[in-house]
Design a protein around this ligand. Sequence first.
Ligand code: 5GP
Ligand code: MN
Length: 317
Amino acid sequence: MVKNEIWNAVSNASVIAIGGHVNPDGDCIGSCLSMYNYIKKVYPDKKVTVYLENIPEVFKYMTGSDMVATDYVSNDPDLFISLDCSDKERLGQAEQIFDHTPSTINIDHHISNLCFALINHYVAESSATCEVLYELYEPELIDKDIAECLYTGIIHDTGVFKYSNTSCRTMEIAGRLMSKGIDHTSIIENTFYEKSYSANRFLGKCLLESRLLYDDRVILCVATREVFDSCGATKEDTDGIVSVLLQTKGVEVSVFVYERGENEYKASLRASKDADMSKVALVFGGGGHKKAAGCTLRGELDKELSKLLKEVGIALL
Ligand code: 5GP
Ligand code: MN
């Protein structure tokens, strides 16, 4: 059983590295820190390091967030645990550490997962990697700190229990996590709904810039550097915009593209019906789920955008 394989590998390791995807979100951070806290609780003597690009301020209530190695200096692990990553490249700078680690585990919930580790466990039906992890942990060993991390991941990947990936089991798990004494209201309000003034202004600007395509079945917004600058917005302010775009009546697919660097654009895709966004993202080397996926566009914006919209059109058929 894969559960036994995972815990045998953990038990046999003395130095462990945990890594998540670049531009980490609530599920990625919650997954990594829950695993960190769980291993530290069960095996206090093991050396465990979490590698992540950065932790946004709003997530710093999670225990262990101050221990994250954003410098990617290797602890020479004998076990690497990859969480919430569908492919190895998504680990960013931690990929190098992964490549030099003899034993590797990949735990995830993306349908596009490439099974790149020695032990692979991905459950595409799970709402979040945090939900997959809950099933791997011993319920009585989950304390308030671990519950906070897992609950955070679940609310972020389900849009606070709204998306279709929310199952009865998701709700059951969330209830059990609540019984550990977490402040669920604050977690939801502070990390999901509350937006900075600049983020709200940026959202407004993006809505004004949006266009309807394909007989109003698709909504598109492209945020160039100028759009960011006009309201003092940063990359962190892009969170959730693609979901708001999808709330437009009659729209089946939302596409949000923002400028990330020289000839480099990040695209987020969401679908409310059957169009498969993970297939669209895969064409551009990205990935994700049927209803939520993403990728990076490299090259001239107009050219890349028309290629992307063509793929979206095919997915609509
Ligand atoms: P978002 O649009 O919020 O960045 O991501 C939506 C989903 O697609 C998430 O599950 C995320 O992990 C996945 N995703 C986003 N960008 C990429 C990418 O460049 N590569 C892969 N493999 N998955 C991505
Ligand atoms: Mn996730």
